[in-house]
Write a protein that binds this ligand. Structure first.
Ligand SMILES: Nc1nc2c(c(=O)[nH]1)N[C@H]1C(S)=C(S)[C@@H](COP(=O)(O)OP(=O)(O)OC[C@H]3O[C@@H](n4cnc5c(=O)[nH]c(N)nc54)[C@H](O)[C@@H]3O)O[C@H]1N2
Ligand SMILES: Nc1nc2c(c(=O)[nH]1)N[C@H]1C(S)=C(S)[C@@H](COP(=O)(O)OP(=O)(O)OC[C@H]3O[C@@H](n4cnc5c(=O)[nH]c(N)nc54)[C@H](O)[C@@H]3O)O[C@H]1N2
Ligand code: SF4
Ligand SMILES: [Mo]
Length: 793
């Protein structure tokens, strides 16, 4: 391989890891500087200018990073984006290219030895690629042949249920609708999505408690709340423009409680780069009260707060009587609260909990915000129902400045669900599909992500298609998942850039390169636009400004409709060509099938779009089984952690989007130049017989099966986290999460509570201190490095 061109980022090494003090504020001028530097480096000046000024603007494109809402038309800044939005754009609009020549240079096995960071740095995929059975490399394939192979494979299955159709939450409403239509016409509900690993616990809990699985607030409510409770969320990194909204709320007099094992910089102070005081001054204090809760303590905490509200009679009796059911059972449940269990589970004192409850008691307009810190635990669904109980107790739903705010992850993960990407579709949705298209869709529930892995592992599914995403890195139990995918006859990935999932192949593997949000999409009827839904149920349009990265790219709608034609032709008279020639044809179908989307084309096309109906928010009506808001009492489960073990949460650094690693700077937590770290309380470090900076291995404690799960070569970092609560980055730690360790009811992997032991890495262990950000999937990448002392400052 001597003729190989040098590739960017070949030199990334964990040996450069530096640990500094965590920051006490988020954003500020550094955020602007980092955004501009990354944008110019990756996209060059022309794409930077063409994209950033169009980002989140009325005639522009929707940020493809998180699902934070935009301000109303007329209230937007010239620069209506954050550092991580700019990084997401730069990552997609990069000028680097992964061409067929690149794939000819590196075998799949060689690529699999590279880190996810390195893979991402190779740039946009330019041509459709195939790995044929027995081949060692990907080679170029013509689009027609690719579609024909997929069609033939799908037709060869014994039943449609042997195919898995995954979706990542960046897909637009238009492609999502066409995709679910194809999959159901093909004959299965096997539509797992990233939501299964994300806010599924939220959707299940809210569906039962309030009758709809979505947030009940608008951005105006956030601005006008008297109190915001932010639990299990790190907005400074993952929803950075939320800090601007929190700043406005604070200026309007709001108080903020943060509930998080970590003192995340964005929850301490915000320096708004849009304001002079944010550039030179101290910025805005965000949290009035921080509760450094032990991992998984939230159910107990919320129940204890409920008990205090009941004890103080700080209740909205009128709301409870008129709009809810189950209150009396819940009241007697919380009255019998075991405070010792609460203190043990939360790691908080009764005084701290009382202080939080007092703030809640004093507020007549409270918003509860949450994200992955609540959803990815065994008892996640119960925890979220407990949040709803608190909101009900004080009537904090369906009134200005109050409500429930699960802050969604991927930019269109909520819209994809609205469009029917769901393995458990409600009957009314299927009825509408039947009415519109004249065929009876399958009525049996399909497989979610965890069950899809089981099906592939057990030889019950033979075909995997991913509409975006990086399935094998995102799911739990990486090695088990990789083996499951390798069991299949065909894997197909519709992607913009190379990722690990392309390297874990079925007998045949296809990479179908697609246009991204930043790019123009021209079809037979002319330029097309797409639509998306944010965390606050607001739906709006998006138009990419750039010329596509390669002339061979196809839009996601084109790819899905061509696959549909190849697999089912014109079955049921479905007109795939009409849909891809003019996306408004899809939108007309949406308006007839999807609840709340009448006159979709007109409503979504107008500046700022429209807001979907939400009965609890709009009229305090609850489309639940009982027709009322449902209080649900749940027992407190104390997580049993054996001696010598800690609970590990797996989270995001400031320099990644899920499995896409932008760079190696987790600036706010003081980690630079590497990712293989494990944050531990100093007393835990001592109690486990370790030292700060030492190389360690993490082993999962899981007695339900006999698989040994471990990762190696992580550095111990002494950190302000509660005792017994450790943290490390995702996805490097995903091999530690057992496939069967999932949340009750939602089946979401327990990514935030993995019980592990931590032991020194044996020097000379081949896996120790991998040079790259992570090990190759299912193989020992053999990197060796000598442990070096950390630069502690
Ligand atoms: N830049 C960037 N933006 C993103 C993403 C990204 O990767 N990068 N990902 C997107 C996606 S898909 C999602 S889902 C969201 C995720 O957004 P977040 O949910 O904010 O993401 P995580 O990094 O998983 O952080 C979870 C937070 O919960 C805390 N936590 C962990 N365990 C517990 C617990 O038991 N109790 C409590 N109270 N807190 C706990 C952690 O300390 C951390 O602050 O972000 C979206 N936006
Ligand atoms: N341990 C642990 N595991 C987790 C989590 C955790 O907190 N801890 N979080 C979970 C969560 S919340 C989520 S949402 C999942 C994320 O799971 P996924 O959504 O599957 O993963 P992503 O990393 O967001 O997907 C990135 C890939 O999408 C492709 N892509 C980017 N843009 C486009 C586009 O416009 N079109 C297409 N077709 N492809 C595109 C690129 O090839 C890129 O490599 O991970 C989950 N896994
Ligand atoms: S807050 Fe989220 S949607 Fe808004 S610009 Fe930042 S990353 Fe993009
Ligand atoms: Mo997510």
């Amino acid at each position: 391989m001597s003729a190989r061109h040098p590739r960017p980022a070949d030199d990334f090494s964990e040996a450069d890891l530096k640990v500094e003090s965590p920051k006490d504020h988020a954003a500020g001028p550094t955020a602007v500087a980092v955004s501009m530097k990354r944008s110019l480096e990756r996209m060059g000046p022309i794409n930077t200018a063409k994209t950033l000024l169009k980002l989140n603007q009325l005639e522009g494109f929707d940020c493809m990073s998180c699902a934070w809402p935009d301000p109303d038309p007329g209230h937007r800044h010239v620069a209506e984006f954050c550092e991580n939005g700019a990084k997401a754009v730069a990552e997609e609009a990069t000028t680097r290219r992964a061409t067929p020549e690149f794939f000819a240079q590196y075998s799949i096995a060689e690529l699999d030895r590279q880190s996810e960071y390195w893979l991402g740095q190779q740039g946009r995929i330019t041509h459709p690629m195939i790995k044929r059975p027995g081949a060692t490399h990907y080679e170029e394939v013509q689009w027609d042949e690719a579609f024909a192979l997929i069609g033939a494979e799908l037709k060869s299955l014994n039943t449609p249920d042997e195919a898995i159709f995954y979706t990542s939450g960046r897909a637009s409403n238009e492609v999502a609708f066409a995709y679910q239509l194809f999959v159901r016409a093909f004959g299965t509900n096997n539509l797992p999505d990233c939501s299964n690993m994300c806010h599924e616990s939220t959707s299940i809990a809210l569906q039962e408690s309030i009758g709809i699985g979505k947030a009940s607030v608008s951005i105006d409510d956030v601005h006008n709340a008297k109190l915001l409770v932010i639990a299990g969320q790190n907005p400074g990194t993952n929803h950075p423009r939320m800090l601007s909204a929190l700043e406005i709320a604070k200026q309007n007099g709001a108080k903020i409680i943060s509930i998080n094992p970590l003192r995340e910089a964005g929850l301490v102070r915000f320096k708004n780069p849009q304001n002079p005081s944010g550039v030179v001054g101290r910025g805005t204090e965000i949290s009035d009260l921080h509760l450094p809760i032990k991992i998984n303590g939230d159910l107990a905490l919320f129940q204890a707060i409920g008990a205090l509200l009941v004890q103080w009679d700080a209740l909205d009796h009128e709301f409870i009587a008129e709009h809810t059911t189950g209150f009396e059972q819940w009241r007697s449940h919380v009255e019998a609260l075991d405070w010792d269990a609460v203190v043990e589970t939360t790691g908080l004192s009764r005084a701290q909990i009382t202080e939080a409850a007092q703030l809640i008691r004093e507020s007549d307009a409270t918003i509860y915000c949450w994200a992955m810190g609540l959803t990815q635990h065994r008892n996640a669904v119960a925890t979220i129902k407990e949040v709803v109980n608190l909101a009900f107790a004080q009537g904090n739903i369906g009134k200005p400045g109050a409500g429930l705010f699960p802050v969604r992850g991927h930019s269109n993960v909520q819209g994809d669900r609205t469009m029917g990407i769901w393995e458990r579709p409600p009957a009314h949705f299927l009825d509408s599909l039947q009415k519109e298209f004249g065929f009876d869709p399958p009525r049996e529930n399909g497989l979610d992500t965890v069950d899809s892995i089981r099906a592939m592992r057990d030889g019950k599914a033979h075909f995997f298609l991913g509409l975006g995403g990086n399935f094998v890195q995102a799911v739990s139990d990486t090695d088990v998942a990789a083996q499951a995918l390798r069991n299949t006859r065909m894997t197909v990935h519709i992607s913009t850039k190379i990722n690990r999932s392309h390297l874990v192949t079925g007998d045949t593997a296809l990479i179908l390169p697609t246009k991204g949000r930043t790019e123009k999409d021209i079809q037979a009827s002319g330029p097309q636009w797409i639509s998306v839904e944010d965390s606050t149920c607001s739906v709006h349009s998006s138009r990419g400004p750039l010329k596509p990265a390669s002339p061979y790219l196809k839009s996601e709608v084109e790819i899905i409709t061509r696959i549909a034609e190849a697999a089912i032709g014109d079955r049921y008279g479905l007109n795939w060509q009409g849909m891809r020639d003019d996306y408004s044809v899809i939108r007309t179908h949406i308006s007839k099938v999807v609840p709340g989307c009448a006159a979709y084309e007109v409503n979504v096309g107008r500046p700022g779009g429209f807001v979907l109906p939400h009965p609890p928010r709009d009229s305090r009506t609850f489309p639940t089984k009982s027709g009322l808001g449902e209080f649900v009492a749940s027992p407190i489960e104390v997580l049993q952690v054996p001696e010598g073990h800690v609970v590990l949460q797996t989270l995001r650094s400031h320099d990644q989007f899920n499995t896409t690693i932008y760079g190696l700077s987790d600036r706010y937590r003081g980690i630079e130049g590497g990712r293989k770290v494990v944050f531990l309380h100093p007393d835990d470090i001592a109690a486990l017989g370790l030292t700060d900076g030492q190389f360690v291995d993490l082993h999962t404690r899981w007695v339900e099966d006999d698989i040994e799960r471990s990762v190696s070569g992580f550095r111990v970092v002494s950190y302000d986290t509660p005792r017994g609560s450790a943290a490390a980055y995702y996805p490097e730690t995903n091999p530690l999460i057992p496939l069967d360790s999932t949340a009750l009811e939602s089946n979401t992997p327990t990514s935030k509570s993995v019980i592990v032991s931590i032991v020194p890495t044996l020097t000379g262990n081949a896996k120790a201190a991998g040079q790259d950000g992570q090990d190759a999937v299912g193989s020992d990448n053999g990197h060796k490095a000598t442990p070096q002392p950390l630069h502690l400052s």
